[in-house]
Ligand binder design. Structure first.
Ligand code: ZN
Length: 694
């Protein structure tokens, strides 16, 4: 302790508390480095020597066991800063005080606040007053040094880690399915169920071609996926849970499963709030050493999987590469190339009636640069001709294909069955274990015995459920295989064309078949559509198709029908014309019954006059007009119409009519009435003398 220490301490300082800040970085240091902890507590004696009463020395040690790289999570350090800024601290004590804060920013902030609050700082070397320039300079230096020290330690540590990683000797956490052997070599997890699950997972992916399809397969089969706990008191325990998409992707992207050593796939960076952000690093920056240990797939298989995942990902983006088959009838989805620019063409659907019709369009360039489409080809006839081509070409292969499909289905189901069996075995093993634990417990120890009994019961229940589920799925599988599959496979063998044309065959299956057989199809639309088909294995077939007839031509209503409509409209309303045509069994161009709307549309398209106009042409009058002519109000017109005194023609479905003017002006019987009414009104006007006709 320096001799001038006492000069800096004054009564004002002594009135306030002394804060002893004790910290260790990690739990391990707390256990191993008790010496340093002792030294930190010994500082208390210094404070007493400087004149602070023991009861006024506050110890802050709540940060024990927390890493000090940032102040954010460190409650103790935050509390210290708060106490100082409230003016409660006369002095802050710490061993190598600059380590109070493990980065310069925190440290300088503390110094600033101490200077403002007139708080002293004490470490093993002496007392400092941050308000004094010299002391502050020294403290600042100490802070910088300690940050530098931290940096060097980190760099050394990192360097060591990197060196080890380059030799592939670094023991990084292994993904599920691997464990470290006693000699620290990564080996396959001896748990057979874990191994089988992973193998099934990779096989399913290579068959189905997408992570999503793999998950669906697991879900359909009622299979769970293993996971090992990475943290907590049960670290290393095995958990079985439903396979999720992100999990599937993690496994697929992890080179460890191909037996490779990998390091540096992510980079950690501190976020402003002190939490960690994980950044994915490009593959060139990884330390990647293939074939370092046993794996579940080969390195080639891993690369192939990456390629497929990339293609699938791009399918969702702007370039629909060879994506896995989706719903929708477009047979060649993902297989069509544009003959003009070489881009892969996408599928667009338009509706004809209720069913979707595919178009193959080359729009990548158009979308990116705002130009018009490169080309668009109606997919219906392309699909049809490709189907015909396959039927012609594939007949001899059909049997082979059918047999291999059948074998595959069998093999797959057997394997699934074995895995489910393991699940039951595991449940049984756990139940046995619980039973044994219960048997071994001292019956006098009631509490423990009760708990163990409850556990045994729950394990037995779980076993029961697993067994029932197993039986149920097994039955379902057998049934599916026996009935539908066998029939389908048999029909595939005997009759590929029939299966192809069978409306029961889902589009997705057809697409799978196409993918098995074709590499790609190039389309070029000029005066004709040129189609170049490349089969898997290199065979090529080219043919041309005429340009499809446009929809308006295709849907043209026969001229005779149009003429007939024109004729009928002279006498009838649109809805009546529709009914009459339907009664005669005439159908529209789309094969449907006529409605008033179709007649209206056709009439418009061919420029025919409406029934209303035709009636007007013949000199018929509206209700208002005839009422005016006859000198009556409109309800009288209606009344006369209902009594059959006036001839009316409906011109629409609302019952509105046009009227024929009676040749002699007015129905005879009512002529007199009208004259009477007229006369009466005149009589009211003049006194007398006006007679009405008899
Ligand atoms: Zn194009």
């Amino acid at each position: 302790m320096r001799s001038d220490a006492h000069q800096k301490v004054n009564a004002g300082h002594l009135k306030r508390n002394a804060y002893l800040y004790v910290r260790q970085s990690t739990i391990r240091q707390v256990f191993e480095n008790t010496e340093s902890t002792k030294r930190q507590y010994a500082l208390r004696q210094h404070a007493v020597a400087l004149g602070w009463p023991v009861e006024q020395i506050v110890v802050i040690d709540s940060d024990l066991g927390q890493s000090g790289a940032s102040a954010v999570d460190r409650e103790g350090f935050q509390r210290l800063v708060a106490e100082v800024s409230l003016g409660k601290a006369g002095i802050v004590l710490g061993l190598e005080v600059s380590r109070l804060a493990r980065n310069s920013t925190d440290w300088h902030r503390l110094l600033e606040i101490c200077a403002l609050a007139d708080t002293l700082i004490l470490d093993e070397d002496g007392v400092y007053d941050p308000a004094h320039f010299n002391d502050r300079l020294l403290l600042g230096l100490k802070g910088t040094m300690s940050e530098a020290e931290l940096h060097i330690i980190k760099a050394r540590l990192q360097g060591g880690i990197l060196n080890k990683a380059r030799r592939g000797e670094l023991q990084s956490p292994l993904p599920v399915g691997f464990l470290y052997s006693p000699t620290n070599q990564p080996v396959l997890d001896p748990d057979k169920q874990v191994q089988q699950s992973l193998r099934f997972f990779f096989e399913t992916f290579s068959r189905a071609g997408s992570a999503m399809a793999t998950i669906k397969a697991f879900r359909r089969q009622g299979l769970l996926f293993p996971r090992r706990l990475k943290k907590g008191p049960h670290k290393g325990d095995l958990l079985w849970a439903e396979l999720t998409h992100s999990r599937a992707l993690q496994v697929l992207h992890n080179p460890r499963y191909a037996g490779a050593f990998v390091f540096g796939r992510t980079h950690t960076r501190k976020k402003p709030d002190g939490s960690d952000a994980f950044l994915k690093q490009p593959r060139e920056q990884w330390i990647l050493l293939p074939n370092m240990h046993a794996g579940y797939i080969s390195w080639e298989q891993y690369e192939e999987n990456q390629r497929r995942l990339r293609e699938n990902a791009q399918a969702c983006g702007h370039d629909r590469r060879k994506s896995p088959p989706r719903e929708g009838p477009a047979l060649l989805q993902g297989l069509v190339l544009c003959g003009f620019c070489g881009s892969r063409m996408t599928v667009r659907y338009h509706c004809r009636g209720t069913h979707p019709v595919p178009d193959y369009v080359c729009q990548k360039d158009g979308i990116e640069h705002g130009r018009r489409l490169c080309q668009s080809v109606n997919g219906e006839q392309i699909d049809r001709s490709i189907g015909d081509l396959l039927i012609q070409t594939m007949t001899p292969m059909a049997l082979d294909l059918a047999l291999s499909v059948q074998q595959e289905i069998h093999a797959r189901l057997d394997e699934v069955d074995r895995m489910r069996c393991r699940q039951v075995e595991r449940a049984r093993y756990e139940a046995d274990l619980a039973q044994r634990r219960y048997m071994h417990v001292d019956p006098a120890n009631r509490l423990v015995a009760d708990t163990l009994e409850a556990e045994w019961n729950s394990k037995l229940r779980a076993l029961n459920e697993t067994q029932e589920e197993y039986e149920r799925l097994r039955q379902a599988d057998r049934k599916a295989l026996d009935e539908t599959h066998k029939a389908h496979v048999a029909s595939l063998a005997s009759d590929f064309p029939r299966l192809w044309k069978d409306p029961q065959t889902p589009d997705r299956e057809k697409k799978r078949m196409v993918r098995l057989l074709l590499e790609d199809v190039t389309l070029l639309k000029r005066e004709q559509i040129s189609v170049h088909v490349r089969f898997r294995g290199g065979a090529i077939n080219s043919f041309s198709l005429p340009l499809p007839v446009g929809a308006p031509v295709l849907r043209k209503t026969p001229a005779a029908v149009v003429l007939e409509i024109d004729r009928l409209l002279d006498q009838h309303t649109e809805s009546r014309v529709a009914t009459m045509l339907n009664e005669r069994g005439v159908r529209s161009s789309t094969g449907q019954a006529f409605t008033a709307m179709t007649i209206i549309k056709l009439r418009g398209r061919y420029g025919h006059r409406t029934h209303f106009q035709r009636l007007r042409d013949r000199g018929l009058l509206t209700m208002e007009e005839i009422a005016r002519r006859l000198g009556v109000v409109s309800c009288v017109v209606k009344d006369w119409r209902n009594k059959g005194l006036l001839v009316a023609h409906r011109y629409n479905d609302k019952g509105q009519c046009l009227y024929e003017l009676p040749p002699d002006g007015l129905p005879g019987k009512f002529k007199r009435k009208q004259s009477y009414l007229a006369a009466k009104s005149i009589r009211l006007d003049s006194d007398n003398g006006v007679q009405y006709e008899a």
